[in-house]
Write a protein that binds this ligand. Structure first.
Ligand code: MSP
Length: 517
């Protein structure tokens, strides 16, 4: 049993394997990775889960199109999602595949509980279904495309389906869901999305078809082999499978459930904020604490789609700009929760302006002065002036601001606030002009450089979750030992020790230079 009283369980959606990983997948997982790293450094025992959603009609169709068995198909394509973890330096603790035995046991048990509680009944489904969204739509939700065909609100094609089906009594959960949202005002973030979900539930819920008979690629319904479970019931359950369900006495279940955060894209909020808590409450299991719905990326102003051929491959981005610059850009560019646009111009502007200029130059000029003028060791400091104290206090305060923003997944605000301190450091260097002090007052120069080194230590510690490799390099340049890099070591109590020898300074953030045409 885990003895750390602070736990944090964060999950990504599990990805459909019929797609190749693109910027959207990388984005959702990145946000979770930054949070997971932040919480670990902040003393939490973290479980960070990601994985692949391998059942359903869409995957079965993709496998058929390739002429391979669905299991062989998913074995091959789910690997690409595991490869992405390494490319992006993601620190997940588990990777779940819905085709695993542990998951089958878990979903079947959840089904049995719902059945035993009278929450599921057998009937017939006649209605619209979208294979692309793996979602049932009510007639009144549908729109028409240019040719007059009915399409889903997402733009996906729909087909009329008539088959025997088990139904979950979702219609009976509306009031309890609304009460739950009311009692847990931060269950759905951002707030605008919460209103959207509340109106949907207030509009009245229909019972939900939770099994299919017209294809085979799924988890069989216990006791009725003609049916396989609806892929979303199957997929959502991954979040409890991974903590040991159906064994609720399991150490991980006890420690981590209910999950602290399901991170999802705005398109799949309804499944997570309506269906999932209803399934759980109906089975007598506590719902998760929060669902955060982030926005979507466009590419140079255009919707990203395979047919437009403008899908952004995270591997290409990383090769072109470097991993940590990409991680920084994605977390900084848009208010988290809003849609964002990826453009080469915006990427280079942030890379060169904020990383190379603001932060890279600060570190480079401070550390090279220290290297040349302080015997390549942490400078000796004298009395601190008011300006010095003010600068140091700003650095000490970074963590409190950052923590507040991270608590509500406001990554962009966390970075903005850290950059306020970086810019304050640049102002302080210009004001104190240590290069002038070198001749006039070398002792004072050392104090100024000490203050700056200590500020850079704070900045680098707090930026680790966003840019782990670059900050590792920066902390190495300050000779901060690997055991002294958690947030316990922030503050003056663990300040740099004057006289500690430092390695030769090296630039951490190269400027992006346009390759010759
Ligand atoms: N398999 C389901 C999730 C089941 S979770 C129990 C699924 N998979 S998905 O692969 O289609 O999508 C995964 C995530 O990628 C979603 O959160 C979606 O919002 C995100 N994105 C897909 N395209 C995106 C962008 N263009 N921009 C940002 N995120 C996007 O849905």
């Amino acid at each position: 049993m885990n003895t750390n009283p602070k736990h944090y369980y964060v999950t990504t959606p599990i990805y459909y394997v019929n797609d190749i990983p693109h910027i959207g997948h990388a984005y959702t997982t990145l946000a979770c990775d930054v949070l997971a790293r932040f919480q670990r450094l902040d003393g939490y025992d973290v479980k960070f889960l990601t994985g692949t959603d391998e059942h359903g009609q869409k995957v079965e169709k993709s496998a058929q199109a390739k002429g391979v068995d669905p299991q062989a198909f998913t074995d091959e394509v789910s690997q690409r999602f595991r490869d992405l973890l390494g490319t992006m330096n993601f620190s997940n603790d588990d990777f779940i595949r819905t085709t695993e035995e542990r998951h089958k046991t878990s979903v079947q048990e959840l089904w049995k509980r719902l059945m035993d509680k009278g929450e599921i009944y057998l009937d017939k489904y006649a209605g619209w279904y979208s294979v692309r969204d793996e979602a049932f739509y009510d007639e009144k939700e549908l729109k028409k495309d240019e040719e007059g065909n009915k399409i889903a609100p997402t733009g996906a094609p729909v087909e009329w389906v008539e088959e025997a089906s088990y139904f979950f009594k979702l219609s009976e959960w509306g009031d309890r869901l609304l009460k739950f949202y009311d009692e847990n005002p931060d269950f759905i973030l951002p707030k605008t999305r919460r209103n959207e979900v509340t109106s949907f539930v207030e509009g009245g819920l229909l019972d939900l078809s939770v099994s299919r008979t017209t294809f085979k690629w799924g988890v069989p319904v216990p006791g009725d082999d003609d049916h396989i479970m609806y892929v979303w019931l199957d997929a959502l359950t991954n979040y409890i499978t991974a903590v040991g369900f159906p064994d609720e006495t399991h150490g991980e279940f006890q420690t981590y459930w209910p999950a602290d955060l399901h991170m999802v894209g705005k398109d799949i909020l309804r499944f997570h904020a309506v269906y999932w808590p209803a399934f759980l409450m109906a089975a007598g299991i506590e719902p998760p604490k929060r669902v955060f719905a982030h926005g979507w990326w466009t590419n140079e102003g255009q919707k990203i789609s395979k047919s437009l051929g403008n899908v952004i491959d995270p591997i290409d981005l990383v090769e072109k700009y470097g991993l940590d610059a990409v991680r920084y850009f994605l977390m900084r560019e848009v208010p988290f929760g809003n849609d964002g646009d990826f453009s080469h111009g915006a990427m280079v502007a942030r890379m060169n302006g904020e990383l190379a200029n603001d932060l890279g130059n600060l570190a480079q000029r401070v550390l090279s002065m220290v290297g040349k003028n302080c015997n390549a060791a942490v400078p000796q400091h004298g009395e601190f002036s008011d300006d010095d104290k003010d600068m140091l206090n700003q650095a000490y305060a970074i963590i409190d601001n950052t923590r507040e923003h991270m608590d509500v997944q406001a990554f962009n605000l966390a970075l903005e606030d850290i950059w306020v301190v970086i810019r304050a450091c640049n102002g302080y260097v210009d004001r104190q002009a240590p290069w002038k002090l070198k001749k006039e007052d070398p002792a004072r120069m050392e104090t100024v450089l000490y203050v700056l080194a200590e500020c850079i230590r704070h900045i680098a510690l707090v930026l680790q979750p966003f840019m782990p490799q670059a900050m590792e390099a920066m902390l190495n340049l300050l000779a901060v030992s690997p055991e002294h890099r958690s947030f316990d070591f922030l503050g003056e109590g663990h300040a740099l020790i004057p006289g500690t020898s430092l390695p030769k300074p090296e630039g951490v953030f190269p400027r992006y230079v346009e390759p010759e045409a």
